[in-house]
Design a protein around this ligand. Structure first.
Ligand code: TYM
Length: 331
């Protein structure tokens, strides 16, 4: 069975972008893949986190993932720092990866803006650790949103250089699995900005813990333009907010954007937003309710993570032992 690996940072609450870009596909891939899902707490540290919040958010995200349908019995769910193979391989990849490759990473450039000198070295080498996350398990399929595509390409550069430099065929190239719909969910306040946990406006995103009223209100207030919905895709050109909402509807209701427009073309945003909120509430509210139930039993959540980490370590440790052998570390 093909091995799948993916991760999410336990910062803030997962939002609709995380759900449609990643989590929904993680759940679906479980049917016919061997899946390993990770709360990447070491990646979260690349930007300062309040320690108590980081611990609480790691549990909360575990609850959200379980509530979304991740099965920790058949598959593996754990937090990154509990398996030391990630940092062991991450260091080796720091030495394989090239500064020139890291300098091209658009996510790093977007995050630091003009203030590059004041960011952590960890943020800069982050893609090397991400490559280690995947390759410590020799996973080959990586379900992610569009914004992670470049990091997966860098992981493949590491695969090629590692195999070349050490004259081995140890790692295999990996494949980013990016959904056809909603690979890049945009902010509800600005159709040109990605929906993000770090956006200061809570109105810009739907959190997976939002209740029905909050979802309905956020959709009602979502930025739009004054024109009614077009009947064809061409009519969405230069209408980023309208395009985002149509894309969200399509992804939530398993339709294509063309089908959404065939149904709703000509409608004003009032009725369309009402229909969109209904579809969204039907999908998100059960997750929010189950998350809140799961959060009442942190003992269970910790048990899931501990068991997952032991199973993950049993796969990753022998692989990373072998890598250390290949590169010449005396064992
Ligand atoms: P993170 O925590 O930023 O996001 C988790 C997943 O959600 C996707 N995503 C989105 N998809 C669509 N629209 C959006 N607005 C949106 N925002 C986020 C992301 O693409 C991601 O799939 N570096 C990763 C975590 C990571 C990882 C890994 C992933 C660490 N190691 C190994 C895969 C494999 C990150 O920061 O994701």
């Amino acid at each position: 069975m093909t091995r799948v690996f993916s991760g999410i940072q336990p910062t803030g609450i997962p939002h609709l972008g995380n759900y449609l870009g990643a989590i929904q596909n993680w759940v679906a891939l479980q049917a016919n893949h061997e899946c390993i899902f990770c709360l990447v707490d070491l990646h979260a540290l690349t930007v300062w986190q309040n320690p108590a919040d980081l611990r609480a958010q790691t549990r909360q995200q575990t609850a959200v993932l379980l509530a979304s349908g991740i099965d920790p019995e058949k598959h593996i769910l754990f937090n990154q720092s509990a398996v030391s193979a990630h940092t062991r391989l991450g260091w080796i990849f720091n030495c394989v990866s090239r500064l020139g490759w890291l300098n091209r990473m658009t996510q790093f450039k977007d995050k630091v803006g003009k203030d590059r000198e004041n960011h952590s070295a960890g943020l800069y080498v982050y893609p090397n650790l991400m490559a280690a996350d995947i390759l410590a398990y020799k996973a080959v399929k990586v379900p992610v949103g569009d914004d992670q595509r470049q990091h997966v390409e860098l992981a493949n550069d590491i695969v090629k250089k590692f195999n070349h430099d050490y004259e081995v065929e140890f790692f295999q190239e990996i494949e980013a699995f990016v959904p056809a719909q909603a690979a890049r969910v945009m902010s509800l306040r600005d159709g040109l900005k990605k929906m993000s946990k770090s956006d200061p406006s809570a109105q810009s995103r739907i959190d997976l813990t939002d209740d029905a009223d909050t979802i309905a209100l956020k959709i009602k207030r979502a930025k739009t333009d004054p024109e009614p919905l077009p009947s064809s895709l061409e009519g969405l050109t230069d209408r980023p907010e309208a395009r985002n909402l149509v894309g969200l509807y399509a992804a939530m209701d398993n339709l294509t954007p063309e089908q959404v427009l065939a149904r709703h073309g000509g409608e004003g945003f009032g009725p369309f937003k009402k229909a969109l909120a209904d579809v969204m509430i039907a999908r998100i509210e059960p997750i929010a309710k189950e998350t809140s139930r799961l959060l009442d039993d942190t003992g269970h959540l910790d048990h899931v993570l501990r068991t997952g980490a032991a199973r993950a370590a049993a796969i990753a440790n022998p692989i990373v032992d072998e890598v250390e052998q290949i590169v010449g570390l005396l064992k």
